[in-house]
Design a protein. Structure first.
Length: 318
């Protein structure tokens, strides 16, 4: 005989499985049936990468442009994405990585906008990495190989500013003079050529004269417009000379010899310091002149969006 079960207990045995099954069906089945794989759209991906670049998130932008290149290798915007990846690295101050990308584009990209832009940016990277000669070589190669006047003008203009940065005034003048008539109007090179005429007026100190004047302690520093150093040099050398004289006068030759030895070193150091001060003076005056030129014409690279990508342009403020 079957044991007697309470009615509510039998009801529970029926309801619990039904409720549990219904809950599972309502909560979990829709997740499996409604979930769809996330599709990457080329337009959305490129737009997102460009958005990150415009917002200044250059590291993330580089990664997203790289993702675009990987997933859409046959898209017409691959060259633009690769260029933008290099620009992202450049703006993130990762000049080595940027230079590698632009160098790759210059060698592989067919003749056109991105090849010339890549060459210009590679020169900019080399300049930022203090490889001035490499930047000059890149620009000269671009000038020789390009058939577009506008590209050549841009390269000549950048080359002129590289020469200005290195204080090579004749080569800077020559580069400005190579601009076409259109380039001359665009960059107003006549104004820069007039400014370069003032290079002869840059104050300079003769290092040889500074050393010669230092035969009198402090005179060389005074010649280099460093009166504080001149005073210190004069007082220190005078004090040591007087001390050595007194030591010899009081018949302490060993002390006088020791002080004289020290004085010879200080005296020689004073002459060397004066010569070095002349060189520092000349460098600073050249830097000041270059900064004055930049205030008259500040070249900078700007990047603006165009349909299907970006356009790099060199702008000049006057």
């Amino acid at each position: 005989m079957a044991p007697f079960l309470p009615r509510h207990h039998q009801l529970n045995k029926f309801i619990y499985p039904v409720v549990t099954g219904a809950a599972f069906f309502l909560l979990f089945v829709p997740l499996f049936t409604a979930a769809e794989p996330l599709a990457i759209d080329a337009d959305s991906q490129f737009k997102f990468a460009r958005h990150l670049f415009v917002e200044g998130q250059f590291e993330q932008a580089a990664a997203e442009f790289d993702r675009f290149i990987y997933f859409f290798p046959n898209d017409d915007r691959v060259a633009a994405a690769l260029f933008q990846k290099g620009m992202s690295f450049y703006n993130h101050n990762r000049f080595q990585e940027a230079r590698s990308i632009f160098s790759q584009m210059e060698k592989q990209e067919r003749e056109g906008e991105y090849r010339s832009r890549a060459a210009l940016m590679m020169a900019a990277c080399q300049s930022r990495l203090n490889d001035v000669q490499g930047a000059v070589t890149t620009l000269q190669r671009l000038i020789e190989n390009s058939r577009e006047t506008a590209v050549k003008d841009e390269a000549w203009y950048q080359l002129a500013w590289l020469m200005i940065e290195t204080a090579d005034w004749p080569k800077a003048r020559m580069a400005f003079q190579q601009l076409s008539r259109t380039g001359n109007e665009k960059y107003r090179s006549d104004k820069m050529l007039s400014a370069l005429d003032a290079t002869d007026t840059i104050p300079q100190k003769n290092p040889h004269l500074a050393g010669f004047f230092s035969l009198i302690p402090g005179a060389g520093h005074l010649y280099c417009d460093r009166p504080r150093d001149a005073t210190i040099a004069f007082l220190l050398n005078t004090a040591l000379t007087a001390s050595a004289w007194q030591a010899f006068d009081k018949e302490m030759p060993w002390l006088g010899g020791l002080i004289s030895f020290v004085e010879i070193g200080v005296y020689s150091g004073t002459m060397y310091s004066a010569v070095s001060s002349a060189h520092k003076y000349n460098r600073q005056k050249k830097i000041d002149f270059i900064e004055q030129l930049k205030r008259q014409a500040t070249p900078f690279l700007s990047l603006g969006p165009v349909p299907g990508g970006f356009q790099l342009s060199l702008n000049v403020d006057f």
